[in-house]
Design a protein around this ligand. Structure first.
Ligand code: B1M
Length: 227
């Protein structure tokens, strides 16, 4: 790392992306802390540095240049750096205008995208109940019973696990809760067409879009949404 004064925020973004690509956890963390201290916007650090790096990792993995251990190191580096950003996205004592239950569907352990959606949704002032990864249909249903959310969000990162979204919507319908919640879906292989096909209420391509959807749903359901 050069001295901070010699580097612009954009240059450090490139360095952070490189640390994600190479799975260098400490360096990634330190550079993230540095750009934040220099005044970089948290969402820009996520999109222009961390996700930019992880996108390259995805390409290398797809092309057989990277294997699971390398991808895991990259994921850990990104997740560790996100811990710096998480509190910066949160509003502290705002009244919570609604609840979102969020989880990654059964069979799928890809955590990062869902966590970003959760962090940004919390940052917009909503209560987020994060069920984690590999969530079976019945656990989503139990969470609706317990937390009475206005919105249920599901994430899937693999073509083989997307089916879990359809099955969860079916389980929610069978349990008699479908009219009570808006359902949104997302994740790399998911698109609007698939969302329509399985009867979801909305699809978002990224975390910012997810927050927009949540706000719209909350308004529809007459819960005071934050702007
Ligand atoms: Co996996 N993996 N992986 N992986 N992995 C993918 C998904 C893959 C596309 C890689 C590839 O081949 N190029 C591929 C799936 C192929 C397919 O669909 N058929 C794949 C595979 C095959 C696998 C394994 C099977 C590999 C193996 O074991 N042989 C295995 C499966 C494990 C399992 O789930 N059962 C596996 C394992 C792993 C790791 C554990 C090593 C690691 C995850 C670590 C972790 O999460 N803690 C991992 C990673 C990191 C990836 C890639 C490289 C990156 C995923 C990521 O974190 N992206 C991924 C390649 C890729 O996606 N390009 C890949 C960054 C994140 C910010 O983006 O999650 O897309 P994303 O989230 C975005 C949007 O999609 C959206 O907003 C987010 C932020 O903007 N979004 C939502 C996400 N959820 C949303 C929900 C919403 C709305 C928007 O509403 C509710």
């Amino acid at each position: 790392m050069q001295s901070p004064s010699a580097q612009s925020i954009e240059e450090i973004y490139k360095e952070i992306a490189q640390h994600v690509i190479l799975g260098r956890q400490k360096e990634c963390y330190d550079c993230t802390q540095l750009v934040i201290s220099m005044g970089a916007a948290p969402k820009s650090v996520i999109n222009d540095a961390l996700i930019a790096g992880m996108t390259v990792v995805g390409i290398k993995f797809r092309d057989g240049e990277y294997f699971v251990p390398q991808v895991l190191l990259s994921a850990r580096a990104m997740q560790h750096a996100l811990e710096i950003i998480r509190p910066l996205l949160k509003e502290t004592d705002a009244e919570k205008p609604g609840t979102v239950v969020l989880g990654v569907v059964r069979g799928d352990i890809h955590n990062i995208g869902k966590s970003l959606v959760g962090m940004m949704t919390e940052g917009a002032g909503f209560t987020v109940v994060d069920l984690g990864v590999n969530v079976p249909e019945e656990k989503f249903v139990r969470a609706i019973e317990e937390h009475k959310p206005q919105v249920l969000g599901m994430s899937a990162l693999m073509t083989t696990t997307m089916i879990g979204m359809r099955e969860t919507i079916q389980a929610v319908t069978d349990a008699g809760y479908r009219e009570q919640v808006r359902i949104m879906v997302g994740g790399a292989p998911v698109n609007q067409r698939f969302a329509n096909e399985i009867g979801a209420d909305g699809y978002a391509p990224d975390a910012t879009g997810a927050v927009g959807l949540v706000k719209g749903f909350m308004k529809e359901m007459r819960v005071g949404a934050v702007s």
